[in-house]
Ligand binder design. Structure first.
Ligand SMILES: [Zn+2]
Length: 294
């Protein structure tokens, strides 16, 4: 089952608002990485933020978000594209910390507060675009907001939220991105800021059964927005044995020969989805020949 992302314009086209139900996506990430609560929330929030950023792209365009913090979770890497397909991993998935002093899941404790956030966009042009900002908060919502303001010069607000069950499974996950468009008046900005202050966690509202459309209404008020587009979102990894074979060819024939002699084969695991690919000695001999002719 896929999740849903809606794109809307709010008030008098003064704001662009994206809202996503990413529950299934983050459930799949949790299951594939066998991650524990705090790591699941950190990876999940990064995936939700990346999916919201990815939704600003056209179909085949894609982006990578890399969070490099000094916390025990290690780095987080997420890829997303304009079709709502997202994959991601966290260096140390088995991180489970006590709740923070507000009784909330301690994402900052897992991610850390020193480090960087790098967003690389591949818009299928000659060069990729890359934005690099320091981590400013570690809870990640603020970090995405800071990235948008400084690197893309778009004032915005992100809400990223993952609710975890006691058995480590994901109850709900979702989020929003509000971008302030140039036409926005001070009054409208004040109104939205006030609503955001009073807004409960998105994942909490989702656990009460609210749909993305109803969440949109909570964000901007009843009858204040119109939906311009809707798309499905899901955890999807595009890896294949063929792709890893091509990567091995680029290592060169000498390295492949070493794998043949030492291990009589190779097993490669995809970081993103944890699928394992096995290469037999025969497979490697063929790749070695291919590497020689490159
Ligand atoms: Zn994969």
């Amino acid at each position: 089952m896929a999740g849903k992302l809606i794109k809307a314009l709010a008030l008098n086209n003064e704001f662009r608002v994206f809202v996503v139900d990413a529950t299934e996506m983050i459930r799949e990430a949790q299951a594939r990485h066998n991650s524990w609560s705090t790591a699941t929330a950190a990876l999940g929030r990064t995936m939700i933020g990346s999916t919201l950023l990815g939704a600003t792209l056209k179909g085949n365009d894609k982006l990578t978000v890399r969070i490099d913090g000094d916390g025990p979770a290690g780095h987080i890497v997420v890829d997303s594209n304009g079709r709502g397909e997202t994959k991601g991993y966290i260096k140390n998935p088995q991180v489970s910390l006590d709740l923070n002093k507000h009784g909330k899941i301690d994402v900052r404790g897992a991610v850390g507060t020193k480090g960087s956030m790098i967003v690389t966009k591949d818009l299928q042009l000659k060069e990729t675009f890359s934005g690099h900002v320091p981590l400013v908060d570690g809870e990640l919502g603020e970090d995405f907001t800071y990235y948008m303001a400084t690197s893309e010069q778009v004032p915005s607000s992100f809400g990223l939220s993952v609710l975890i069950n006691p058995d480590e499974s994901v109850k709900t996950a979702g989020g929003f991105m509000i971008q302030v468009l140039p036409e926005a008046s001070e009054d409208s900005i004040g109104l939205i800021e006030q609503r955001l202050k009073e807004l409960p966690l998105i994942s909490k509202l989702m656990s009460q059964g609210l749909s993305p459309e109803q969440l949109l209404e909570k964000l901007v008020g009843r009858n204040n927005a119109h939906i311009v587009e809707e798309q499905s979102v899901q955890f999807l990894c595009d890896c294949s044995k063929e792709r890893f074979a091509q990567a091995m060819v680029t290592l060169g024939s000498q390295e492949i020969q070493e794998m043949i002699e030492k291990d009589h084969g190779a097993e490669i695991e995809c970081h993103f989805c944890r699928t394992k690919y096995h290469f037999t000695e025969q497979d490697l001999e063929e790749l070695k020949l291919e590497a020689r002719t490159v």
